[in-house]
Design a protein around this ligand. Structure first.
Ligand SMILES: Cc1cc2nc3c(=O)[nH]c(=O)nc-3n(C[C@H](O)[C@H](O)[C@H](O)COP(=O)(O)O)c2cc1C
Length: 209
């Protein structure tokens, strides 16, 4: 499927049929999220994959009982780091040095630049900034799911504290920001399955200057 056809095909499925996604499709979608850009490349989040049925049942009430949680094949949670300090920046520099086979000392200016940018942000501002990065990964995963012909419902209709507790995210230094359910639409029960996609047309959306 061409990209635009895939994007027209996709919709935020409200009901899924419980069928499993093949592992390689799930990996492709996760890889697309992994390849998403982030500010400075810091990627201040982790991606939690929940396939286990019991865990998804525990998540259900924290997602206001949205049926996709248990009818999907996997729930993907994008969880931001609770702290972003010079330590996290140093870890990132070590990662660049390793992956590009270069001395970490050569990254001093870059590290100082990032540290200078984050040091004046309050913890709340850092959280908002980190959450924005997760939405880029979310977008990449949604596009990849569409091209793989896997249904994907983006979700922020959940109680982060409840999700964090079920998944032990606080202990891991994480905080849930946004989620996707991946699976296959249930054409028989989803009232939106044949609904026309509603978007503002080019003339209304795009402003040319
Ligand atoms: C960040 C975000 C959060 C959303 N949260 C939910 C949600 O919790 N539950 C749900 O069923 N749909 C959710 N949606 C789906 C939107 O309602 C849907 O994408 C929008 O109406 C456009 O329709 P379409 O994606 O089917 O084309 C969310 C979408 C986004 C981008």
């Amino acid at each position: 499927m061409k990209l635009i056809d895939a994007l027209n095909w996709r919709y935020a499925a409200k009901r899924m049929n419980g069928n499993k996604i093949p592992a390689e499709k799930l990996n492709t979608i996760l890889d697309a999220a992994r390849l998403a850009p982030s500010s400075f490349g810091l990627t201040p989040y982790n991606i939690i994959v929940v396939e286990d049925e019991e865990t998804r049942k525990k998540l259900l009430p924290h997602f206001y009982n949205q049926p996709q949680i248990t009818e999907s094949s996997a729930v993907i949670i994008f969880a931001t780091w609770n702290t972003i300090t010079e330590n996290e920046v140093a870890n990132y520099m070590a990662e660049i040095a390793e992956q590009r086979s270069m001395p970490v000392e050569g990254l001093k200016d870059f590290a100082n630049y990032i540290n200078g940018s984050i040091k004046n942000l309050t913890p709340e501002q850092l959280q908002i900034w980190a959450a924005k990065q997760t939405y880029i990964a979310l977008g990449f995963a949604l596009v990849a799911a569409a091209t793989e012909e896997v249904d994907a419902t983006p979700m922020e209709g959940f109680v982060p504290a409840g999700v964090d507790e079920v998944l032990g995210l606080t202990e891991a230094g994480l905080h849930s920001a946004v989620a996707i359910t991946l699976g296959y639409r249930d054409a028989a029960s989803d009232y939106l399955v044949n609904a026309k996609k509603v978007r503002r047309d080019h003339a209304k959306l795009i402003i040319k200057k």
